[in-house]
Design a protein around this ligand. Sequence first.
Ligand SMILES: Nc1nc2c(ncn2[C@@H]2O[C@H](COP(=O)(O)OP(=O)(O)OP(=O)(O)O)[C@@H](O)[C@H]2O)c(=O)[nH]1
Length: 304
Amino acid sequence: MPSNDVLAGGEMPQSRWILDLTEQLPGVIFQLHRAPDGHMHFPYLAGSGTRLTGIDRHDLARDALPALERLAEPDYPRLMAAIERSARSATPLATTFRLRLADDETCWIALRAQPRRVDGGTLWVGLMIDISEQMAEEERLRRLSDTDDLTGLANRRMLMKRLDEEISLSNRHGLPLSLMMLDLDHFKAINDTWGHLQGDQVLRDLAGLCQQSLREEDLVARLGGEEFAMLLPLTPERHCRQLAERLCQSISAHDFGFGPGHVTVSIGITEHRIGDARDILIQRADDSLYAAKHGGRNRVMASD
Ligand SMILES: Nc1nc2c(ncn2[C@@H]2O[C@H](COP(=O)(O)OP(=O)(O)OP(=O)(O)O)[C@@H](O)[C@H]2O)c(=O)[nH]1
């Protein structure tokens, strides 16, 4: 069964019908021209997306600047570089950018266009569509895949990613970097005595205490079970030790709901040494944690 638009099109002259159709497209089709002196304008713009910015398309037919001024700050040089590359190599322009709309909301746009040399300049023919919903969904999934469900902290995956980044910075610039491994003491007994739900609450409260005691650029992660890790960029071991000692004391003094003194932690710390691979650093922190457990728990141990 043909749609009403197709039926309507059958009754119109074809050019009018195509114009009508393009105006209803959920995006924008365009021609973008760049003159040899760099001046850009949109000789042709059509589609329902042309209304989003509130910029008159007749103005854009003279000068693309009002649209370019709507680009989010970091995306402007990126788009200009992509346009330059496409013009030079005569290869398709394919990029994404953020655009401020008439209501000051920002949306994500995907752009695809084919260049052609015209009068010493370049003419692109292409389309733009709003991909804000996909970008928001991707961001949501990314956050989910990096987050521990129970505590809302970063998870092991996220810790590994940040470790790789920080180790690389530390190796390149010789910046100090410390790692803490923290494990609840006798957590099985806490679960057995007060129940699993109370045990979960202890893990959440502990996550909060760890976060409160660190700076914004530090990363607190739950590795699983009752084990946590803290990554401290720009922090030498002696500062890390002070922080760990303070954290250890504040946890043992904290009332987790059944009086202070019932929950303690053991902490192992180590500092990154130039050339250390990720696994070596983790292993050293783990060895320190093992030493803290076997030294009697409720204490901090550093690597040799
Ligand atoms: N409530 C709760 N318990 C958990 C969770 N994950 C692991 N556990 C429990 O944590 C306990 C860990 O026990 P163990 O590995 O024996 O360690 P521990 O009792 O803390 O003893 P030490 O580490 O040697 O001081 C187990 O009873 C697990 O069931 C969780 O998400 N929630």
